[in-house]
Design a protein around this ligand. Structure first.
Ligand code: ASP
Length: 323
């Protein structure tokens, strides 16, 4: 009897949770952001979260969990209840941190369910308004001549701004002192205030400050010029080779999230990315929304794997470690 009632209770629990998953979502969904509010990852998350609310039928609450290199939010999502109510937005850092941290407390390839790729964003090399350099050549001259006192801001080891800085310094064979922040939102404030000299950051954070003249802009890191910032040369055009980098964003859920909830998250993200106002908002910030065939769990899984295979050996060769 005891066995039977245990069995019935277990069966009810299973059907109960399956039914719950079928009704998903019945409350707000929380999207964790690995960096500080006001930065580029935060900007992408807020545009997407707002647009996903309609297809999901629930509010998507953005919560910032800033940490150097963005390694805290993925760990928290890994350990969150896998019920579809906690999801993660992250960028290229999901592919670079495994090579940078010897004791990373999550595995991007085994601890998550994939939702899909969102968009791709170039980076820009920008300087504080007080820098005397007015174009890339002048900036390079100035930075090389003053390399012992020039510093650059980033969002910690594993951040896109760290990767870009590392590639840039190696390409121009000059090292600068690094000032780490918990996101390039706060770093941007200090750059505008003149407390740090330069930074490499996504156009999603830099475009408005470049256009309003609050910072000096020197180059973009993409292969081609960016339509929203047509006057900025590419690093390649400026003769700086090997520092090409573009930052991709994607959505993840904890491993074991039930399929009905996951399917709903995938279709809601896809629906949100079809929205012309979302695509236009991203485009105005220099970001390219991925085509529909990339906005899938399979495409994200493949992309993540190929990015880990691409950046891992390069980072290991550079001998950079966070711990
Ligand atoms: N741009 C930052 C990075 O370097 C992240 C952020 O603050 O959104 O990864």
């Amino acid at each position: 009897m005891k066995v039977l009632s245990t069995f019935v209770a277990a069966a009810l629990a299973v059907t109960g949770s399956a039914a719950l998953a079928q009704n998903y979502p019945t409350k707000n969904v929380t999207m964790l952001v690995p960096f500080a509010a006001g930065g580029p990852t935060d900007t992408v998350s807020r545009v997407l979260a707002q647009a996903m609310a309609k297809p999901l039928g629930q509010t998507v609450v953005v919560e910032n969990r800033p940490s150097a290199g963005g390694i805290l939010a993925p760990e928290q999502v890994k350990n969150a209840k896998p019920d579809g109510y906690t999801i993660l937005i992250h960028h290229i850092g999901m592919a670079t941190t495994p090579a940078l941290y010897r004791q990373l407390r999550f595995n991007p390839l085994t601890d998550f369910e994939y939702i899909g790729l969102i968009n791709e964003v170039p980076m820009t090399i920008i300087g504080k308004p007080q820098l005397p350099a007015n174009n890339f050549k002048e900036f390079l001259d100035y930075a090389r001549k003053n390399k012992d006192k020039v510093n650059y801001a980033n969002a910690g080891i594993g951040a896109a701004s760290h990767l870009c800085g590392m590639l840039f310094m190696s390409a121009i064979q000059t090292d600068f002192q690094t000032i780490p922040y918990k996101g390039t939102g706060p770093a941007m404030n200090d750059l505008i205030g003149g407390q740090v000299d330069f930074m490499c950051d996504q156009t999603t954070n830099t475009t408005s400050h470049i256009k309003s003249g609050k910072v000096k802009a020197y180059a973009v890191t993409s292969a081609k010029r960016v339509p929203s910032l047509p006057d900025l040369p590419t690093l390649n055009e400026m003769g700086v080779k090997g520092a090409e980098v573009s930052i991709w964003h994607a959505l993840y859920a904890p491993k074991g999230t039930p399929k009905p909830a996951l399917d709903k998250l995938v279709s809601s993200m896809q629906e949100a990315l079809k929205d012309e106002t979302v695509r236009k908002r991203f485009a105005d910030l220099g970001a390219d929304t991925y085509p529909a065939d990339k906005q899938t769990p399979q495409a994200l899984q493949q992309h993540l794997k190929s990015e880990i295979d691409k950046w891992g050996p390069l980072i290991k060769k550079a001998g950079v470690y966070a711990d």
